[in-house]
Design a protein around this ligand. Structure first.
Ligand code: GTP
Ligand code: MG
Length: 395
């Protein structure tokens, strides 16, 4: 009896992974993730269930089409709702509420120990997957980029592995939907690998392990898996639920599989954002360019940014004078899950800070003024407390 992976079966049968998991739940079959395998008998049962569902749907549609006027009162309504979405009518309102909010691309942060190959891995993905656009204009230095892959659009954030950059890694984990922990196959788990894993766990972000440099003769992926087990992270092939993908940033081995796992994880997370909502985003990085002035990389999380919009970050505001996508192309607007580089702030914003938009310059100034006054109040209160304490202590 051969076993079948859940996502492979879902693909073969043309069913969403989520639906497949619902059927398994209904059958009381346990699984760890969509990459878990199931028995052939279960496969037969699933096929039976799906066949019954499609026969029922077909019968209802035929009944509704054949006799719309004389059918039982509930029949047209039921057939109608089935046409819209294959969900039970009791769940329809909730389901249609989320269905209106479109899916968004996953934001994937790459973390790991210094020199384990994070940037090389991203370079490989970028080189082969990003539609070739000439880099020009203001983008040369973004830690975030979007890639059109065979699995759809994916947004990647690179982070440094050097021990000095703990806060950057923590912030990277916080904006991520998925964390890829890169571990070199010739070096295994190192201090910043453990740190990166801890950040992903603290941020409650699903993790995928990429064992990199498997092309090296001294590569020992099994040692990496055993070492992970000691952290209570058990790879799937050892019976756990940790997805581990051996890759090489040099040869490209395993990269397609890694992208596949990213898209599967994203599908299960059901990531959505409303491009029509009020804008919300976060600063990925800010810096000064000698020729152009202050440049800020912003991740759009909610709503849509337009050139000319006023933005407020902390006690700093600015008007978007120009905006580039991560490939260096000038763009006029950017929707959810898009990293953009913005020209228009007068001061360098801090990484990790929230960005909001304001209706006009007046509104932006007001938000900044109220934040400044709130901060002064807090500072004055602190000074007052210290004075009172000193008075109580006496001379
Ligand atoms: P930091 O950003 O400093 O933390 O390093 P990093 O993790 O981004 O590593 P980087 O991509 O800079 O790679 C470090 C070194 O490993 C470079 O010399 C790469 O050429 C090499 N390297 C990266 N990936 C591979 C790989 O898959 N195979 C081999 N043989 N070498 C690799
Ligand atoms: Mg790097």
């Amino acid at each position: 009896m051969s076993k079948v992976r859940i996502y492979t079966l879902a693909k073969d049968l043309g069913v969403e992974n989520q639906r497949m998991l619902e059927i398994l739940d209904g059958l009381g079959v346990s699984y760890k993730s969509v990459s878990s395998t199931i028995e052939e008998e279960t496969v037969d049962l699933i096929k039976q269930i799906l066949a019954e569902e499609s026969t029922e749907a077909a019968t209802e549609t035929v009944a509704a089409e054949a006799a719309p006027a004389v059918s039982a009162p509930e029949a047209p309504a039921k057939a109608g709702s089935d046409d819209v979405a294959p969900v039970a009518s009791s769940e329809a309102p909730a389901a249609s509420a989320t269905a209106e909010i479109p899916h968004r691309a996953p934001v994937v942060t790459i973390m790991g120990h210094v020199d384990h190959g994070k940037t090389s891995l991203l370079d490989y993905i970028r080189k082969t997957k990003v539609a070739a656009k000439e880099a020009g204009g203001i983008t040369q230095h973004v830690g975030a980029f979007e890639a059109q892959t065979s699995k759809g659009r994916i947004v990647f954030i690179d982070t440094p592995g050097h021990e000095a950059f703990t806060t950057i890694r923590a912030r990277g984990a916080n904006v991520a939907d998925i964390a890829i922990i890169v571990i070199a196959a010739d070096d295994s788990l190192m201090p910043q690998t453990r740190e990166a894993i801890a950040h992903a766990q603290a941020a409650k972000v699903p993790m995928i392990i990429a064992i990199n440099k498997v092309d090296l003769p001294q590569a020992d992926p099994d040692r990496v898996k055993t070492d992970l087990t000691q952290l209570n992270l058990v790879p799937e092939e050892y019976g756990g639920d940790l997805v581990v993908v051996p890759v090489s940033a040099k040869t490209g081995e395993g990269v397609e599989e890694l992208l596949e796992y990213i898209s599967l994880t994203a599908e299960l997370e059901d990531l959505r954002a409303d491009p029509k909502a009020a804008f919300g985003g976060v600063i990925i990085e800010g810096r000064v360019d000698r020729q152009q002035g202050v440049l800020a990389t912003v991740m759009v999380q909610e709503g849509t940014l337009h050139v000319g919009d006023f933005l407020v970050v902390g006690e700093n505001y600015g008007k978007i004078k120009a905006m580039n996508d991560s490939n260096g192309a000038r763009i006029k607007e950017a929707g959810p899950s898009t990293p953009v580089q913005i020209l228009g702030f007068s001061d360098v914003p801090n990484s990790g800070e929230k960005v909001a938009s304001a209706k006009n310059e007046h509104a932006a100034r007001e938000v900044v003024a109220s934040r400044q006054s709130d901060r002064r109040d807090v500072e004055n209160a602190r000074v007052q407390r210290r004075k009172t304490l000193e008075e109580m202590m006496g001379p």
